[in-house]
Design a protein around this ligand. Structure first.
Ligand SMILES: Cc1ncc(COP(=O)(O)O)c(C=O)c1O
Length: 471
């Protein structure tokens, strides 16, 4: 089976396409999530190390019966948990084709057309964001890797400094930033958590105060993070003001746009992102709001040459001979990885196959769903918002009439139980956030299949499930 016949490949393909069409055709009828235990899943998987092979039908049967039903259905229109993209059929085919070609995008010479396609799609993303023509970057595995990569480049700018480096990010920043700092040897404690305002955005007065105090104490401030959509509430920091502070104190400005940056494509949200295009680097996740399947993250540098200083490495076994500048392009000079899969194919197929107008409309529709949920919550007497809706994330809680006179702790405890019960019910799926010490139900609309009606069903589900819980 290492080398199946053409007929076998065709049969396998037909079976897979049959599965795909059935699966996607019945998505709405499925539970988003089924309660499951590790034991129940393991019981369905033959644990013996296989010395002989199994035919393709047998493999597909295990996938269909033991894997699919015991997975969370991320493509479901009421999967509102975390920041989860649904994937697209077009991109699933692109992944199949990428693995068939098995291009390895290390340098231009190893994968000429795939590297050209990556450079083209990176340039399309640069244009979407509004960066200058010199900006460039790479696809990486996800937002965490993009943040790590960008911060390695940022650190390079101060590598001759003898003092201890300090960076600044609002307290609502995703943990991958602090983790990246720790991995780079900067240290968790040298990431200064800047206070946030009532809209969960970075407070500029606290940012300036922290930088000034650090300078006086002999630290070396080197980088400030702006969020283009925080993970808990979707807040977009004032990016233009952050740019000004970065200029004043000679800091690298990095934007974490992993969740929100592609919402710049939606007319109704565009103005929030003013200043994003002036960042020194930005982390993005096409596997979030470009709806692509994992994994594809992206890092863009305003000046890619600075990144080269952080990553370029010359080893004799990688030396290239007699090539022109474009053909001598070395991917590993701009990021930490050597072997890289052909992620650009699915980004290119989506952008080219669907077009920006369609993507903009889908993102606009996601924003409208979150705003509709907020308006229904505000008009109700049994739900309340815990944070304003900025993009497509909504944080709220259920306060049925009999709970209104109870303590905030009792309301927190009820909503925690409600979240678990909702997830086990399976008709809609939310995750959670803690905002100002209060527990919040948290949802994120990131699926082109989600409709306004799904937002109504979510509130109905919460009321129905809530009635089954002791108050
Ligand atoms: C704002 C933000 N940054 C970074 C990340 C990390 O992205 P990834 O899961 O692709 O590593 C996330 C993930 O949800 C996020 O929301």
């Amino acid at each position: 089976m290492l080398e199946p016949s053409a007929d076998e490949i065709r049969d396998w393909g037909n079976s897979v396409i049959q599965f795909m069409t059935d699966y996607l055709g019945n998505l709405r009828d499925r539970s988003v999530y089924r309660h499951m235990s590790s034991d129940r899943i393991r019981d369905r998987l033959d644990p013996a190390l296989p010395s002989k092979g199994t035919d393709f039908d047998g493999l597909l049967k295990v996938f269909r019966e033991a894997i699919v039903p015991f997975s969370r259905q991320n493509a479901h229109p009421r999967m509102f948990g975390y920041v989860q993209s649904p994937g697209t059929p077009l991109a699933a085919f692109a992944d199949l084709l990428a693995s068939t070609l098995n291009a390895n995008l290390t340098i231009w010479r190893s994968a000429p057309a795939p590297v050209e396609l990556e450079r083209l799609t990176i340039d399309w993303i640069r244009q979407i964001l509004g960066f200058d023509a010199e900006a460039g970057g790479l696809f990486v595995s996800g937002g965490s890797m993009a943040n790590l990569t960008a911060l390695a480049a940022a650190r390079q700018t101060k590598h001759h400094s003898s003092g201890r480096l300090r960076m600044y990010a609002s307290s609502a920043t995703h943990f991958s930033i602090a983790k990246a700092a720790a991995l780079l040897g900067i240290g968790w404690e040298d990431v200064q958590h800047v206070a946030i305002d009532e809209r969960f955005k970075i407070r500029m007065d606290d940012l300036v105060a922290k930088i000034t105090a650090d300078l006086e104490a002999g630290y070396v401030p080197f980088c400030v993070i702006g969020n283009a959509g925080t993970v808990d509430t979707g807040a977009v920091d004032p990016l233009m003001e952050i740019r000004e502070i970065a200029n004043r104190f000679h800091l690298w400005m990095h934007v974490d746009g992993s969740y929100g940056a592609f919402a710049v494509l939606a007319e109704s949200a565009r103005k929030l992102f003013a200043g994003m295009e002036q960042a020194d680097s930005i982390a993005l996740d096409p596997h979030k709001w470009l709806y692509l399947p994992v994994d594809v993250g992206c890092v863009i540098y305003r000046d890619p040459e600075i990144a080269r200083a952080a990553f370029a490495h010359k080893a004799e076994y990688t030396r290239m001979f007699g090539e022109e500048a474009d053909e001598a392009f070395v991917c590993w000079d701009y990021g930490p990885e050597l072997s890289r899969r052909f992620r650009a194919l699915k980004v290119w197929m989506l952008l080219k196959g669907v077009g920006l107008d369609c993507l903009s409309a889908a993102i606009e529709s996601n924003l409208a769903c979150a705003r509709y949920l907020e308006s229904m919550v505000q008009a109700s007497d049994d739900f309340e918002m815990v944070a304003p809706v900025e993009l497509s994330i909504f944080c709220f809680r259920h306060v049925p009439v009999q709970l209104r006179s109870q303590s905030p702790e009792a309301i927190d405890a009820f909503n925690e139980r409600l979240l678990v019960a909702l997830q086990r019910d399976g008709n809609s799926y939310l995750s959670n956030a803690t905002l100002g010490a209060r527990f919040a139900l948290r949802g994120c609309v990131l699926n082109y299949r989600t409709t306004l009606r799904d937002m109504e069903i979510l509130l109905d589900d919460l009321r129905r499930v809530g009635r089954t819980l002791p108050a």
